[in-house]
Design a protein around this ligand. Sequence first.
Ligand SMILES: C[S@@+](CC[C@H](N)C(=O)[O-])C[C@H]1O[C@@H](n2cnc3c(N)ncnc32)[C@H](O)[C@@H]1O
Length: 647
Amino acid sequence: MPLGDRGSDKSEARFCGVETDFNDDMPQVLSFNLSTGGFDFVVAPLMDPSYRPSLVQNNSLGSGALPFAASDLVLSPSQWSSHVVGKISSWIDLDSDDETLRIDSETTLKQEISWASHLSLQACLLPAPKGTSCSNYARCVNQILHGLSNMQLWLRIPLVKPDDDSVDAKPATLVDSWEIWNSFRLLCEHHGQLSVALDILSTMPSANSLGRWFGESVRAAIINTDSFLTNGRGYPCLSKRHQIFINRCFNHSIQIIISGNSGHPKASADSNDFHNYSVADLQRHPLRQYLEYVGHLYQKLDPLPDQERFELGYRDFLQSPLQPLMDNLEAQTYETFEKDAMKYLQYQRAISKALLDMIPDEEASVKTIVLMVVGAGRGPLVRASLQASEETGRKLKVYAVEKNPNAVVTLHALVRLEGWEDTVTIVSSDMRHWNAPEKADILVSELLGSFGDNELSPECLDGAQRFLKPDGISIPSSYTSFIQPVTASKLYNDVKAHKDVAHFETAYVVKIHNAARLAPCQSVFTFTHPKPVVDRESNQRYKKLHFMIPNDTGSAMVHGFAGYFDATLYKDVHLGIEPSTATPNMFSWFAIFFPLRTPICVKPGSKLEVDFWRCCGTTKVWYEWCVTSPSPSPIHNINGRSYWVGL
Ligand SMILES: C[S@@+](CC[C@H](N)C(=O)[O-])C[C@H]1O[C@@H](n2cnc3c(N)ncnc32)[C@H](O)[C@@H]1O
């Protein structure tokens, strides 16, 4: 379905559909709901609900033609595909004990999907599984999925989760509907074209349990008119909890579908009975008030900040991490870094503090500090250092060391352009091999990846430490990586699409958006510079982590781990992307994602045990990771066979 994202002009956003009953006048259904109603698409049955294959055969009525709602000719191909979602007959029950019903259901489901494919519909809405056991339904859908081209199948799932402490819950509602979805998609092997349409009821589960749905493949939220309240003026409105949920749906590009009959004084008449309307009635679609209310919620959202708008295209898009040591970065990569004013401001603050600590005011005019920017790129940290010198009145002698010969060309140009001749010396060398003519008071570097040490800052700074004075300062002075388990079905399916183990054993840089964070972050590896004597041996690390899954979220699926870093530049000046302490308005780093080959289901209140290793060889550094509880996963990326960072 066409769908505007929150970055586009709000007036053009398209996000709301309407569910209709069976009607064989498809052009009228479309024009009434799209033109009069203002909806963007219609969820319409494809077949007469009274049709049963067994009855047709028994009565020998079959003429070969099936009782579809309309011939393909009544709408243009683009109308079918852009404005109609096929609604599969809701009577079907593929797990019924009644064999006739079961067989009729399978036949009908396959006929309807085949017809929907013929019409090139983008999606079909599958009725909710009738009970908790849905294996035959899933088998049949799985067969269909394996023969589908592009169509999405949206499995209707009522949004229910009984509270653990609810005493009055009826047995039928004692099922967490996420469990139904979970068994269905496991039976269908996480097929990428199977997603969810959540039926929003008048009562909402707890906010904590709702969160996990935003990491699942939810395409639509169906709000029944019964779930609306009536405001003081007789118009439909939603409870605060519903509003919060719908706002999150907008933010996750989940389309809204209005379903049911008008039950509010200011929105009268039956939406499906438009044949009996007067001309005046037809001016006003009975569900239009509901749509307008949803539109009003959308309009009320705060506009996305510029940076978020800019990053819309990167949401959930997997990228290979940079290898700035092994590869030479390109001009446009440097340019992107250089736009991140916040990053350099933090460095300038840290350098200023260090300069002030190093030289008291009375010695400022007689002493010169030797500062080396190692991995200078195209010079922004040189500039930040010179600004700190100016700000504090401390004199500097700067060396800019860079191993990328192309960036060195720019550095030489900058010396002339910015008048750095008397202060800055450019050195074209790998810091690990440079014979420095003197020792440094301060080493400034930014060799950090999304996971802190993953661009080999530890190894590079180990090499540079030779030319730092014994009491010298490194900026950053330390950095720590963090991980947290996430539900991220989109990322998981994108990795899976490569159909090989290697992609499941690779870490990706990604702006994680459609994800549910299942437990707070925990720290993984820390590196300190200059390297303390106890650490001198190696940069190998091993950490076992225990995540507690909260009690009130319900079960959830772990598709992998989101990774972040936080760096202490100097004393209290830090820089990082760990969500609870992230530096605001900084965009140089997205998170990193470590996938799991097989997603792992975690129960509320249970413990998730994860192991992470940082391994070092003579030519490469790599991570290995695994889950040991609730069930063991294979150890990923053994010997760095799939993903490594070159030294
Ligand atoms: C992440 S970039 C940062 C560049 C620049 N400081 C900035 O903030 O825009 C890291 C830079 O360090 C350089 N670099 C990485 N390892 C190095 C090494 N061993 N010796 C010298 N330069 C290195 C890379 O070529 C790259 O220019």
